[in-house]
Design a protein around this ligand. Structure first.
Ligand code: PEP
Ligand code: MG
Length: 888
């Protein structure tokens, strides 16, 4: 089996075998760009390693050796040669990039002898020794498990001894002595000698990279980004080029467009006389790429040219790593750059306009869930702010929260619902669990491509980094910043700050924020989505202002107006209770008569806000006891009143009448009590036992409709009956609605159109959809209830009780209340659509459960031929894009 490929043997399409980095190194090699020669060990080899109980598959190392010989031949150097040694880097390269999650080793091949060869070849002893000490540090840390801090300690002692501030000022003598100390420390802490045989070093490094696929941070990263655990990582072994050989050397990272805004300008950072890790690790704060133009104009021009070639070749924004050695440019990596949602939208739209990609491709370039970022808030520009520091605007949005200095603590507090800003000197991939739970991230060091920045942008989390005026003291759990007055001010753990990820400002306290506006590119992209998609997008809304918001976001109708939400208003509740507590029909009708004008006003508002589009109004659904006080509270009240009665003298009468009233209420509450209210007296069952309630609601709808028609509005009311299980239920209630409509038409003399339909939210309804369609002009899948009733999982309890456990143990692939279960619930939907349309070909079918705003569920709805999805107003843009992606 072939486990190893030279770069010239691969290509971009071989990503799943060679990993992202390996495939792109191969591609760049083959289009003639300057790439240091090397080889890639396949992801299959990694998987075989795990299959063999963490042992290399047979012939892996012999293939590596053979490929390495070809690299040697190309470069005229030999691995392990004491005269002119070939040095390599060993890096992980998964199929989906996992920035910084796995291990890297540089300068491999150095030992006590080859370090002299490197000195010879470069005529630079200081440099050779510096490479060697870096290699010992990195290798011992990653492969042998020695502690990073110990090395730092030794380094510091040598800096002090020599009286210098920076590592690059250390003399060859200091470095030499330090290397010996390093080796002693490695032996002492790991029990092993530092390996001198380059082949043994290489073997150890490959093993470590394979193993890093399953380190904690990589596992968490995959969970968050839904990357399967069984893909494995490739390993790239590449000949070293050096950015740290002097002032005509350097290393950097650049994006071909601005990854924050999408603007078409080169964007990135570099460091002169440094090795790659220095840039990403965020230890020294690098320079903006534009400065390279002055420092090394020829290299800069060549780089700009290569960026153009790569963008055209990949037809996407690229994230590029490069190194300059002795004034010569080398490409170390290219990949599609991660970007904020705003940048993704702008780049996709710009690239269509530049003729690089089609509209369909543009639609697919933006992740629907990502649009959520654009709907994020920002700091009110008119607000008076106390800006205490400014860093780099690493990930847009704005956030306020309490200062926390530790990722574990941020995680713990964040989980309790506390708003947190995680403040660190720099973040490392080990902090990822804290970042997940924080509202925002603030670091004092590191550039726009540091881990904090990359990870935050991808998560759509606000981040300010490289805020150098911040002096963080972990021991005291505080940071200090210089004030305008010239002194220092301290901010402690628990103090509240705000950060502005769009400008880099750090602000004292909580600040007023504004809801986002949508850019013209955003509108353009969504208008293309509308051209492409075939499924309609409506919104779930119960208030005129929600309907207006949904309309502004592009909803073309209301898919679900839950009328019970209108019953909950404070001033209405007593009337609703009066209705429920009525002893007979007459009493109930008195209460209903009071509710009628209120409901009519509700419907008037919402139909008017959505004029020209359909509005689906659902008649009362939940059990009546939801409108009544809690039984236990009433018992306490009654007991208290009885006690009061014993001791009262003058107010006996008043207390007694209140007591009687409360007891009556308690009795009614008890009568209405059900063991399983979700499966109880709700939905159309209520409408059937109390037809006067649905009668009132239907009348309120139609009177509002008649009024609007008279005023010249176009309205399309759809009256919806919930929770139907049997055709007879629907037949009965449909007649009630029709009779009411006719009565209102006769009374008002206004003719209007309307339809009557049903929700499908119980398996029996789905299975008998052919019958039900005889009485329904439309179906709307209530997948919240349909999921509940299909799985037999309570929608109110399952998530907190056991679904988390199910997810962790992979017993269910997804939470079925979030992502539609295609196999079970989906199959019922498919049956219902087919049977329903067999009876009534023009049957309108939609979905209004929470799944209507979830991209994968939307795709399924598209596939089974629904006419519309309906979701909350703020998810409408997401649904429009997801619907278009489903149609491409
Ligand atoms: C549903 O069940 O999916 C639905 C939309 O109705 P509700 O959530 O109001 O029960
Ligand atoms: Mg329901």
């Amino acid at each position: 089996k072939k486990w190893v490929y030279l770069f010239e043997e691969g290509k971009a399409e071989m990503k799943s075998l060679l990993g992202g980095k390996g495939a792109n190194l191969a591609e760049m090699t083959n289009i003639g760009l300057p790439v240091p020669p090397g080889l890639t060990i396949t992801t299959e080899a990694c998987n075989a390693y795990y299959d063999h109980g963490k042992d290399f598959p047979e012939s892996l190392m012999s293939q590596v050796k053979a490929a390495l010989e070809q690299v040697e031949a190309k470069l005229g150097k030999k691995f392990g040669d004491p005269q002119n040694p070939l040095l390599v880097s060993v890096r992980s390269g998964a199929v989906f990039s996992m920035p910084g999650m796995m291990d890297t080793i540089l300068n491999l091949g150095l030992n006590d002898e080859t370090v002299n060869g490197l000195t010879e070849a470069t005529q630079n002893r200081r440099f050779a020794l510096d490479c060697y000490r870096r290699f010992i540090q990195m290798y011992s840390d990653v492969v042998l498990g020695a502690s990073h801090a110990e090395f730092e300690h030794i380094l510091e002692s040598y800096r002090d001894k020599q009286g210098v501030r920076f590592d690059n000022e250390l003399s060859p003598e200091s470095l030499s002595a330090m290397i010996e100390d390093f080796k002693v420390m490695v032996k002492k802490t790991t029990g092993q000698l530092f390996p001198q045989d380059p082949m043994a070093q290489l073997e150890g490094a490959i093993r470590a990279v394979f193993s890093s696929w399953n380190n904690d941070r990589a596992i968490i990263y995959r969970q968050i980004h839904k990357i399967p655990d069984d893909l494995g990582t490739a390993v790239n072994v590449q000949s070293m080029v050096f950015g740290n050989m002097g002032n005509d050397c350097g290393t950097g990272v650049a994006f071909t467009r601005n990854p924050s805004t999408g603007e078409k300008t080169l964007y990135g950072e570099y460091l002169i006389n440094a090795q790659g890790e220095d840039v990403v690790a965020g230890i020294r704060t690098p320079l903006h790429i534009s400065l390279l133009q002055e420092e090394m104009p020829a290299v800069f021009d060549q780089f700009v040219n290569i960026c153009g070639i790569l963008e055209k070749h990949y037809r996407n924004m690229q994230d590029i790593e490069f190194t300059i050695q002795g004034g010569k440019l080398w490409m170390l990596q290219t990949r599609n750059g991660k970007r904020t949602a705003a940048a993704a939208v702008k780049i996709a739209v710009d690239m269509v306009e530049e003729g690089l990609i089609s509209k369909e491709e543009a639609i697919q370039r933006v992740e629907p869930e990502h649009l959520d970022q654009l709907l994020h808030r920002r700091i009110d520009p008119t607000a008076k702010l106390t800006v205490i520091a400014t860093g780099l605007p690493a990930s847009p949005g704005a956030a306020s929260g309490k200062i926390v200095f530790d990722a574990d603590e941020a995680e713990a507090l964040g989980k309790t619902g506390e708003k947190i800003i995680l403040v660190r000197t720099e973040t490392t991939p080990d902090d990822i669990h804290g970042i997940v739970q924080a509202q925002g991230i603030l670091t004092s060091r590191g550039g726009m491509t540091s881990h904090a920045a990359v990870v935050a942008r991808q998560m759509g989390k606000t981040c300010v980094c490289g805020c150098e005026s911040l002096r963080i003291d972990y021991a005291r759990q505080e940071f200090v910043v210089p004030t305008a007055a010239g002194d220092l001010k301290a901010y402690k753990k628990g103090d509240t700050i705000s950060i502005d990820g769009s400008t880099g400002r750090v602000i004292e306290g909580v600040v007023p924020m504004l809801e986002p506006e949508l850019t013209s590119e955003f509108q353009t992209l969504l208008s293309w989505a509308d051209e492409i998609r075939t499924i309609g997008v409506r919104a779930n809304a119960d208030k005129p202002q929600e309907a207006a918001q949904a309309r502004a976001f592009g909803a073309t109708g209301i898919g679900l107006c839950r009328t019970e939400h209108m019953f909950m208003a404070q001033e209405r509740l007593p009337i609703v209770q009066e209705m429920i507590l009525s002893q007979n029909l007459e009493e109930r009708q008195v209460a209903l008569a009071k509710l009628l004008p209120m409901q009519q006003e509700d419907f008037y508002g919402i139909l008017k806000a959505m004029s020209g589009f359909p509005v689906c109004i659902r008649l009362l659904d939940p059990p009546l006891h939801e409108f009544l006080p809690n039984e236990e509270d009433l018992v306490v009240e009654v007991t208290k009143m009885r006690c009061a009665l014993e001791y009262a003298d003058d107010q006996k009468e008043a207390i007694l009448s209140k007591l009687e009233e409360t007891e009556a209420l308690l009795k009614k509450v008890r009568t209405l009590h059900e063991f399983n209210p979700m499966l109880g007296h709700r939905g159309c069952r209520l409408g059937i036992t109390y037809p006067e309630i649905y009668g009132m609601q239907a009348r309120a709808i139609f009177q509002a409709v008649a009024q609007l028609v008279q005023e010249g509005y176009e309205v399309e009311p759809e009256v919806e009956i919930p929770l139907v299980v049997h055709i007879n239920e629907l037949a009965f209630l449909r007649q009630l609605v029709v009779d009411t409509a006719e009565a209102v038409m006769a009374e008002t003399g206004v003719k209007f159109e309307y339809t009557v339909g049903t929700m499908i939210e119980v398996p029996r309804a789905a299975l008998t959809a052919d019958q039900i369609a005889k009485e329904a002009q439309f179906f709307s899948f209530g997948t919240n209830d349909l999921t509940q009733t299909t799985f037999g999982f309570s929608r109110d309890d399952a998530e907190s009780k056991f679904l988390g456990y199910y997810r962790d143990r992979k017993i269910l692939p997804e939470n079925p209340f979030i992502v539609l279960d295609r196999e079970g619930v989906g199959q019922l939907m498919k049956i219902a659509v087919e049977k329903g349309r067999a009876t009534r070909p023009e049957l309108l079918v939609g979905i209004c459960g929470e799944h209507g705003g979830e991209p994968s569920s939307i795709e399924f709805c598209h596939l089974i031929g629904l006419d519309f999805v309906s979701c909350s107003p703020y998810r409408v843009p997401i649904a429009r894009l997801a619907a278009a992606q489903a149609a491409v």
